[in-house]
Design a protein around this ligand. Structure first.
Ligand SMILES: [Fe+2]
Ligand SMILES: [Fe+2]
Length: 130
């Protein structure tokens, strides 16, 4: 298991906690497929994950906008960095179909980012989302 659901930092907004829990579940399924090197399964779960992450980010960004959160742009910038990394990793995957690169990305970048982003940005933002 890449992300133990019990280790996801909790924030003071139920919607955000739900998004994070669902995303961790999907990332774990994706990581299993990557470890099993199942090309077709990786293809479909990768697309599912891109869709899920976009939904997670845009939901938070809309909530920040609705509540005029002062640091919305900085928070969004950290989403944008991960959007770019995911896009790059997906393009590399499509070109090479090499699960080991996806595995490295998940284990060495995504996992740490997920926990850090939630404990810093999502936790700071949550109390301002009404
Ligand atoms: Fe989040
Ligand atoms: Fe966020």
């Amino acid at each position: 298991m890449l992300i133990n659901p019990h280790t996801i930092p909790q924030v003071s907004n139920a919607m955000m906690n739900m998004l994070h829990e669902d995303e961790a579940e999907l990332v774990n399924k994706f990581h299993d497929a990557v470890c099993a090197r199942g090309i077709e399964k990786i293809d479909s779960l990768f697309e599912e994950l891109l869709f899920d992450v976009e939904d997670h980010f845009t939901t938070e960004e809309a909530m920040m906008e609705q509540n005029n959160y002062d640091f919305a742009q900085v928070h969004k910038a950290d989403h944008d960095t991960m959007r770019e990394k995911l896009k790059k990793t997906y393009e590399e995957w499509k070109a090479t179909k090499d699960p080991s690169k996806v595995k490295t990305f998940l284990e060495k970048e995504f996992k740490q980012w997920f926990s850090l982003h939630i404990s810093k940005w999502d936790a700071d933002t949550a109390p301002y989302l009404g």
